[in-house]
Ligand binder design. Structure first.
Ligand code: XMP
Length: 515
């Protein structure tokens, strides 16, 4: 099998580091982020083809600014430094960096002043728009380097040492506001480093299917199956890799949407003949939630109850040694990124604490992937659209969409309203165009009139949002006819509701979920 080409991005703490990784992968090259503090020996073990040094908030002029293990730049690997990364290279190879008089921030005009492999295929009719965010600049280039591009404020906004294959960019090619930014990165990968760009989801899946059986050996694996895309893909992959050694546990907490999980389970059972443990725990969850109104308390109770139920079930399976989880790359980056002395390690997922308690080892086959790449794996595994493009559904379920106390009656109302939202989004073709769409039950009643009678009933809010990664979101501009149809149907068909309102807030400052 062909070896996987790998780029390592050394993170100096830039807010754009993840974006660099994304752009490299989009170009068909596997990339990984490591903190800038990684030891040279560790880095060598990862066998990268080249390095990218990210930007960062510090100034190289500050003696305490982050530095690489000195051996790293002697490895002879091609290097591209971006922003702080470029200044670091300049200083390291004997150039001079000074604080710029005015901090350059935002769009600037970049003129390509010299031919370079980095500029291959870029037309030079006029200056390019490039995205800058820096306070220092390279005043004198190190020996062996020449300037290949400048801005009105910075003469050396790009530098090159083609012999050593070391390049620096003062601007951010990974940001979409930089014209030709992706082409510049591709030029580094293919023209400078000479890579093939053969990384894709098919090769990723093939590689996983070889590695997973080696990891698991003859032991048993448990996996919490929620009906969401991540755990579904993890289960499908592991089943392909280790077959009946995988045991999936599906906990029905009574807080699911109408039909949530059922289609997924039917699909998986039909296509994969999974070992499935279906645990019915509705009563337990509802009784634990009785009288609780505080959102954080609800989340904590649901998390703790889930672990309790999951553990009980997992203990029934003899020889379990592994817990499979749908950890994604953003969770991993969160814990490896360079943030200086105040680094926080994020604890993830709803089985927190369980691996230690049951002495289970973790298997996290998706830990190198971004969400949209997980969807590509799902497509690779032949999963149908309804599964691949399913809207995200939070672990605490409908409990955080019922403002105030969760009761069986309120769950019933929300489930009916929510089903109408789902069906109408599907029927109008909007389901696959938006990130998420759902109903929220508010803790108040308002006056209405039905027939000749005065009513005093519940209010449903519609939350429909567009987003790329749930970090930011905006409310979806659905056609009024679709909104009217949803509202009419909810008021006419869901007993106990006489008013529907639309949430028109963006994230930030609001969040997608209401609790
Ligand atoms: P917020 O409300 O923070 O949501 O804007 C961002 C995205 O995360 C989902 N979400 C959760 N998912 N467990 C989950 O698995 C949770 O506790 C949780 N809370 C929010 C939410 O649906 C949205 O897609």
């Amino acid at each position: 099998m062909q070896a996987i080409e790998k780029i390592i991005i050394l993170d100096f703490g830039s807010q754009y580091t993840q974006l660099i990784a994304r752009r490299i992968r989009e170009a068909g090259v596997y990339s990984e982020i490591q903190p800038c503090t990684i030891a040279c020996q560790e880095l060598k073990k990862l066998q990268p083809e080249a390095l990218i040094l990210s930007g960062g908030p510090a100034s190289v002029c500050d003696p305490d600014s982050p530095k690489l293990d000195p051996g790293i730049l002697d490895l002879g690997l091609p290097v591209l430094g971006i922003c702080y990364g470029m200044q670091y290279l300049a200083l390291n190879f004997g150039g001079r960096v000074v604080p710029a008089q005015d901090r350059e921030y935002g769009r600037v005009e970049l003129t390509l002043t010299r031919d370079s492999l980095l500029w291959n295929g870029i037309k030079q009719e006029g200056p390019l728009q490039a995205w800058m965010s820096h306070g220092d600049k390279v005043l004198e280039l190190p020996p062996g380097f020449s300037s290949i591009g400048g801005t009105p404020q910075v003469e050396a906004a790009a530098m090159a040492n083609p012999e050593k294959k070391i390049y620096g960019l003062q601007f951010h090619p990974e940001v979409s506001h930089t014209e030709e930014g992706s082409q510049i990165l591709r030029n580094f990968l293919f023209e400078v480093v000479g890579l093939q760009g053969n990384w894709n989801m098919a090769s990723f899946v093939d590689d996983l299917l070889l590695r997973l059986p080696e990891t698991v050996g003859d032991r048993q694996v448990v996996c919490g199956l929620s009906g969401g895309i991540d755990s579904t893909v993890v289960s499908a992959l592991l089943h392909k890799a280790v077959g009946k050694q995988l045991h999936c546990i599906f906990v029905d907490n009574g807080l699911l949407r109408a039909g949530e999980g059922r289609e997924v389970i039917q699909y998986l059972q039909k296509h994969f003949e999974l070992n499935l443990h279906h645990v019915q725990a509705r009563e337990l969850f509802l009784s634990q939630l009785e009288g609780v109104e505080d959102p954080e308390k609800k989340r904590k109770i649901i998390g703790a109850t889930f672990i309790e139920v999951f553990e009980q079930e997992a203990r029934k399976i003899p020889g379990v040694n592994f817990l499979a989880q749908g950890t994604l790359y953003p969770d991993v980056i969160e814990s490896v990124s360079f943030k200086g002395p105040s680094a926080v390690i994020k604890s993830h997922h709803n089985v927190g604490g369980l691996p230690e308690k049951m002495q289970l080892k973790l298997v996290e086959p998706l830990r190198e992937l971004f969400k949209d790449e997980v969807r590509k794996v799902a497509v690779e595994l032949g999963m149908p659209d309804f599964l691949v493009w399913r809207h995200p559904f939070p672990g605490p379920g409908l409990a955080i969409r019922i403002i105030g106390e969760v009761t069986a009656e309120r769950l019933e109302i929300l489930r009916k309203a929510d089903k109408i939202v789902h069906n109408e989004l599907m029927a109008s073709g909007w389901y696959y165009k938006i990130w998420q769409g759902f109903a929220v039950l508010l803790p108040l009643k308002t006056v209405g009139v039905m027939g000749d009678e005065r009513t005093y009933e519940h209010v449903i809010a519609l939350r429909l949002v567009d987003s790329k990664d749930a970090m930011t979101a905006d409310w979806s501009r659905l056609p009024p006819e679709v909104l009217a149809q949803i509202s009419n149907r909810i008021i006419n068909e869901v007993k106990g509701v006489n008013r529907v309102v639309l949430d028109i807030s963006s994230k930030p400052p609001s969040t997608i979920e209401w609790e």
